[in-house]
Design a protein. Structure first.
Length: 177
């Protein structure tokens, strides 16, 4: 069931997804499917003479985690790299894992801590009525326990239709049963 948090301007709901998001590839595929399939019926729009897609990535952040272990497999250090895109996330993780100077400074061998990686991508949806809604997909450091879809939109007005099924307790297309 959705837990709504209302403010003067927006109405949001946090929905735990039934299927865990296992890794960055699964997360990126989830976001891509919403962008490609447009389950909310978002429509392209023109602003300042520029045409924008009806649904698009608005804001995203990806954090790769690496731990450093000594010869006894004891954790002696941790590091994380926050990246603005999936591609940068992969490049940052690879760089951290291959950095011998950093391993020497930390006093241990680099080991990926993928279960604690975090991902977040906010999509912007232009409703046919002209209202803007946002849907944020995220996976925090606890992985599948905290995999969420968080829609938000204006509380009142003629719009609020694109993400209404999510906000009003309905199923999230493709993700909740």
């Amino acid at each position: 069931m959705a837990d709504f948090v209302e403010t003067n301007n927006t109405k949001t709901a946090v929905r735990e997804l039934t299927a865990p998001i296992a890794d960055i590839s699964t997360f990126d595929a989830l976001v891509a499917s919403v962008l490609n399939d447009n389950p909310f019926g978002c429509v392209d729009y023109v602003e300042g003479g520029v045409t924008y897609d009806g649904i698009s990535r608005n804001r995203e952040s990806y954090t790769a985690k690496v731990i450093y272990e000594d010869a006894a497999a004891k954790t002696v250090g941790r590091i994380s790299a926050r990246a603005p895109s999936v591609a940068a996330f992969g490049a940052a993780a690879t760089e951290l894992m291959g950095n011998a100077a950093l391993e020497a400074a930390m006093g241990g061998d680099a080991v990926r801590d993928a279960p604690h990686d975090t991902y977040s991508c906010q999509l912007k949806c232009h409703d046919p009525s002209g209202e803007i809604s946002y849907v944020t997909f995220s996976r925090d450091a606890f992985g599948s326990r905290a995999t969420r879809a968080t829609p938000s939109a204006p509380r009142s007005g003629p719009g609020r239709t694109a993400c209404r099924p999510w906000r009003e307790g309905g199923n999230i297309p493709l993700f909740l049963s």
